[in-house]
Design a protein around this ligand. Sequence first.
Ligand code: FAD
Length: 390
Amino acid sequence: MDFSLTDEERAIRDTARQFITREVMPLEQEALLRERRHEPGLDRSELRELQLKAKKFGFWGLSTPEEYGGMELPAVLQSLIWTEVGRTFVQFKFGGEADNILYYANEQQKQEFLIPTIEGERISCFAITEPGAGSDAANIKLSARPDGDDWILNGEKTFITNGNDADFVIVVAVTDREKGVRGGGTTAFLVDRDMGWRSEFIQTMGEGGPASLIFDDVRVPARNILGEIGQGFELGMKWIGKGRYLIPSNALGIAERALGMAIDYANTRETFGRKIGDNQAIQWMIADSEVELEAARWLILRAAWTVDQGEDPRHASSMAKLYGARMVNDVVDRVMQIHGGMGYTRELPIERWYRQVRLMRIYEGTDEMQRLIISRDLLRGYTKIGGHLA
Ligand SMILES: Cc1cc2nc3c(=O)[nH]c(=O)nc-3n(C[C@H](O)[C@H](O)[C@H](O)COP(=O)(O)OP(=O)(O)OC[C@H]3O[C@@H](n4cnc5c(N)ncnc54)[C@H](O)[C@@H]3O)c2cc1C
């Protein structure tokens, strides 16, 4: 058994770390100030400028196939890089990426949607959740009915990330109520904003915010169907599945940085004539955080490795998402506790992380949905206890 990184993995990970440390972290103070004024920490043009700088460093399209100019990295390397990005709270991500399901586009759609998204010229969003259907995504109601060569979309999506900024949405609609959502009754459509949907900002405890998307008789040409008629729910599940090991990878970076801050603080802050780190109460919080971080690391890397083996990653990814999301919440909570009153202020990023990481237990499958998947796999015998070593 070998738990080490290859030389190539280490070199790419270290270069990503250098980029984040030298080019992104210096922007943190300004980003915090802007967020306090309810402005984005990084605006669209600044993000693009940073992404183009990263391209010169060699980082462009981590998951994008080489034929589209990307790096097409194995999942383990993508995971390692997402961890590096998690170290900064500036809302940065490497450029050259597009939603995984846009690769189901036909040639014309690729020119119109996929390639401009990879190039950063267009912003996409993905919409399946509705006011009455989140975890129970099979209960969606937004309808699409045929009308000549077009389809007419009616209904509402909610909590859509990038929904306020997106130029187009990949929306899953019910096209055949009788077949049902799981029986091939849904279809994904590529819908430009100027076709008539509108977005409404939703205030959340996090920075930025998702949006509700309202479709009121929105006419969409049949050529904008993504994939096949009836494939909508399947594509939706593929989109959601992609993030299951990347979200906790990002969480790992946040937890590592936050724990590092707590250790520095415990080694300098004095009470009752000695460092707070000399107290067992503080030592235990640090120890528990390190153990949970390390456990999450291997669950996450194992999930990514499963993807690279070409095996079904769902079970491993659900375990990584469930544990990673809980871990980062617990670690950040302890880091705040160790910092005392300072941890609660907006002088430091801890309260920001505290608000940010709470979302990780909710979106792209709640804790409860991950538990449902994990237990169902075991109860029905799809997976053996002991994973790939069983
Ligand atoms: C900031 C943000 C960004 C998001 N981005 C997107 C996006 O880009 N695109 C998109 O389509 N969606 C997006 N979502 C939606 C997100 O995926 C859903 O909020 C999530 O799936 C939970 O659905 P819900 O909010 O309807 O909660 P519900 O499904 O109503 O669940 C409420 C509670 O009940 C629990 N629960 C539900 N069913 C069961 C059960 N059978 N057993 C046990 N417990 C259960 C849940 O775990 C949860 O705790 C986003 C959400 C947020 C908050």
